[in-house]
Design a binder for this molecule. Structure first.
Ligand code: CA
Length: 227
């Protein structure tokens, strides 16, 4: 992930940068609000860590401006004071989370992880084929706009099918991706789950989406395959 750190205290900035780099992130550092705001608008970051007290422009101003310019990147605000008032002002300015200095790096990391997770979820678009839709964020499944209730395992199986439409998926492949690497491809568990899913998403709807290819596996498609 690509992260921008806007922090004028060099020691703190380096500490954050080094720690996040060790976690595998790409980290840009900026030492004032003007430059930081500029970088936030010209580059596509996954997260911005923004100090509150900054030269040239403070963190609240920077946050407000980038939000006004349509940048929806999550912002984690840092401040030396742990006051409710600062927190509220930060959140009002468009920050997503708040961390008071001094902080333990583990806490920063936990918040970074939570914000990045939220970010990647919102970036995941709805999966669809014909009129069947699956929203990875709310975990809602609908067909023709009608909500369909699925179990956790059925959901996982359907999500895998929807991420691989029009592809023949063998039982071995499905087993590895939806169950685990030790899945026994000889078992009939997949066929049982496919049959449940069919009842839920295909029964009473046109066209049928889940197709069986004898001896090969399954395929999710709105065109009936020739077998
Ligand atoms: Ca500062």
């Amino acid at each position: 992930m690509k992260i921008l750190v806007v922090e004028d205290e060099e020691r703190v900035a380096q500490f954050i940068q080094k720690g996040l780099q060790e976690e595998g992130h790409a980290v840009d550092v900026s030492a004032d609000g003007e430059d930081g705001g500029f970088l936030a608008e010209v580059n596509d970051y996954d997260l911005i860590i923004l100090d509150l007290m900054l030269p040239k422009k403070n963190g609240l101003q920077v946050c407000r401006e980038i939000r006004e310019h349509g940048i929806i990147t999550p912002v984690l605000m840092l401040t030396a004071r742990d006051s409710v008032e600062d927190k509220v002002r930060g959140l009002d300015a468009g920050a997503d989370d708040y961390l008071a200095k001094p902080f333990a790096f583990e806490e920063l990391l936990a918040r970074v992880r939570a914000l990045l997770r939220r970010q990647s979820e919102t970036k995941t678009p709805t999966l669809k084929i014909a009129d069947l839709e699956l929203d990875p964020m709310s975990r809602q499944v609908t067909r023709s706009g009608k909500a369909i209730r699925v179990t956790t395992k059925e959901y996982a199986l359907l999500e895998y099918l929807l991420r691989n439409p029009n592809k023949v998926l063998s039982r071995t492949l499905i087993g590895e991706h939806v169950w685990d690497m030790n899945f026994d491809p000889e078992s009939n568990v997949i066929d049982v789950y496919i049959s449940h899913l069919r009842t839920k998403i295909d029964k009473g709807f046109e066209p049928a989406l889940i197709h069986t290819l004898r001896g090969q596996g399954y395929i999710l498609s709105d065109n009936a395959p020739h077998s």
